[in-house]
Design a protein around this ligand. Structure first.
Ligand SMILES: [Zn+2]
Ligand SMILES: [Zn+2]
Ligand SMILES: [Zn+2]
Length: 526
């Protein structure tokens, strides 16, 4: 392992490029030219903007409203300030919002179009749409209110994003982990943590660059073509983008969180020496508390540095060097690391951040008409949740926040687990994946089952279970259906939870989780 290796004792860190280059000079040449390619054709351009709008119109004809909206957003990001294309993009997007029955947003877009040189010759079309929208709004009576999740308990003293019914413990077997301080019922929100870093670069960029909310009345960045914001507040409050607007990393999938974590670290210190000392001390001490931290930014950064990284045998050097080049191309960073030795430190720091984020980042994804919208979020406290194949916590995101919800009854002293796996995989593959990626043998009740044969048939014929199986899909419909489904699954799980894992228990807990998430207006794939 070459991470944090020095050229000589007390000397500077080894040059990872020099180590890599002799064997792989062709890769290096390809990498540099690949990074140059990211810079080509990324300026504002009305011709491309028009073409993208036309593609959007085709998708609209095909009734693919989300996809059409995505092309109108792209067209908007490329449109030159003050051109007709801006008005067209807003106006066409308003038609998508109308089709999606998002009437408030439709009206906002119509207003934006009117204020953005939408051609007067077409204004009657826009006015007709506005009238139609207002007519539809009047007809609406029973729109289900969407409840924004909040913690179900007062916050924990040390970690306010976590409910006070939980505590962080540490032991040899599990490392840092989260335990219940008392019995907790199903359906309680026990953590709501804002991401320390998040990455939307693998998505089709249909989220606000600041709060990461999807499907808003986005405004484009006035300088670059990469990002959009929900409103002026999100635009003006984004200090990160002020430093990185126009940088190439926005166009390389999966690079955003690592690059931005470095920028976050750098801005927490006045000088590069302070940062270097801090990192070296944090990495070589085992203690958890942080007496040397001078600000919240430093406390958070220290927590981040103390998280486990990917297993040491993972060595994605080329990817890391690529991200390092992108970090160094940001002017603020380049100025900070102003000598060869400091640059070498930055290489290792990028490596360290990469390993931490790739291990602890949580990807939430759902598919809207073939439009992928994944977001990877990493929360410092959320990373303390260990894995179980039968988790008692269901997790998802709301914008830039990670949400943890209990989906099984939890007893005092029990550990809380999330599921790290994104697909239902057979036991052997699942265990192999956990061993390779996270270096542990899963001993959850699904991997080491304890249920007797007789219990399965009892669960299978239980009337509550039969009901859940029969009416499972109705959770997508109205609130009243979900209420009954939630009650039935809760009753069933409370009855049989002492058996830990069975297919029926897993089924009921997934059903309960989906009902809860739907209550919060969240998309969730089963
Ligand atoms: Zn926003
Ligand atoms: Zn920008
Ligand atoms: Zn397991």
């Amino acid at each position: 392992m070459v991470l944090w290796k020095r050229e000589s004792s007390g000397g500077s860190y080894i040059d990872l490029w020099a180590l890599y280059e002799p064997r792989n000079f062709i890769d290096k040449a390809n990498l540099i030219s690949g990074l140059k390619m990211l810079e080509i054709g990324c300026g504002k351009n009305d011709i491309t903007s028009t073409q993208l709008r036309h593609v959007g119109n085709e998708k609209f004809e095909e009734k693919l409203w989300h996809l059409a909206m995505e092309f109108y957003n792209r067209s908007l990001r490329l449109a030159i300030k003050g051109s007709e294309n801006v008005g067209f993009a807003y106006a066409n997007r308003s038609a998508c919002f109308l089709k999606l029955k998002k009437y408030d947003q439709c009206l906002v877009d119509i207003e934006l179009a009117k204020n953005s040189k939408y051609p007067p010759r077409l204004m009657s079309k826009l006015e007709k749409r506005e009238a139609e929208c207002r007519k539809q709004m009047k007809k609406l009576s029973d729109i289900e209110p969407i409840v924004r999740p909040v913690l179900s308990f007062p916050p924990n003293k040390n970690f306010p994003c976590m409910a006070n019914v939980l505590e962080v413990q540490s032991n040899e077997e599990y490392g840092k982990h989260i335990v219940a301080k008392c019995d907790i019922e199903m359906g309680e929100i026990v953590m709501l943590e804002e991401g320390y870093v998040s990455d939307i670069s693998s998505s089709d960029q249909i989220r606000c660059h600041t709060c990461k909310e999807p499907e808003k009345n986005f405004l484009p960045c006035l300088n670059c073509t990469d990002v959009m914001f929900c409103d002026h507040q999100c635009m003006e409050s984004n200090e990160m983008h002020k430093m990185t607007c126009g940088a190439s990393y926005y166009r390389l999938k999966g690079a955003q969180s690592v690059v931005e974590s470095i920028v976050t670290a750098v801005t927490a210190f006045d000088t590069v020496d302070e940062l270097m000392n801090f990192v070296e001390r944090a990495l070589c001490t085992r203690d958890f508390d942080s007496p040397e931290c001078k600000s919240d930014a430093q406390i958070n950064y220290r927590m981040f540095l103390k998280l486990l990284g990917l297993p040491k045998k993972t060595d994605p050097m080329l990817e890391i060097l690529k991200v390092y080049q992108l970090v160094l191309s940001i002017p603020t960073i380049k100025r900070f690391f102003d000598s060869k030795d400091k640059e070498k430190f930055l290489m290792h720091l990028t490596f360290q951040h990469f390993l931490i984020i790739k291990r602890n980042g949580i990807t939430v994804d759902y598919d809207l008409e073939g439009l992928y919208n994944p977001i990877e979020i990493m929360g410092n406290i959320f990373s303390f949740f260990n894995h179980s194949c039968l988790p008692n916590i269901s997790h998802t995101e709301i914008g830039n926040e990670l949400v943890a919800l209990t989906i099984l009854p939890v007893s005092k002293g029990e550990q809380l687990f999330i599921n790290y796996m994104d697909k239902k995989q057979p036991t052997r593959e699942r265990q192999l994946h956990l061993r390779n990626s996270f270096e542990f043998n899963c001993k959850c009740s699904k991997c080491v089952p304890r249920v007797e044969e007789g219990d399965f048939s009892k669960m299978q014929t239980d009337p509550d279970y039969q009901f859940i199986r029969m009416f499972y899909q109705t959770y997508r419909l109205e609130h009243k259906h979900r209420l009954i489904l939630k009650e039935k699954s809760k009753k069933f799980l409370q009855k049989y939870i002492q058996f830990k894992w069975s297919e029926q228990i897993e089924y009921a807990s997934v059903c309960f989780s989906n009902c809860m998430l739907k209550d919060f207006g969240l998309q969730f794939s089963i």
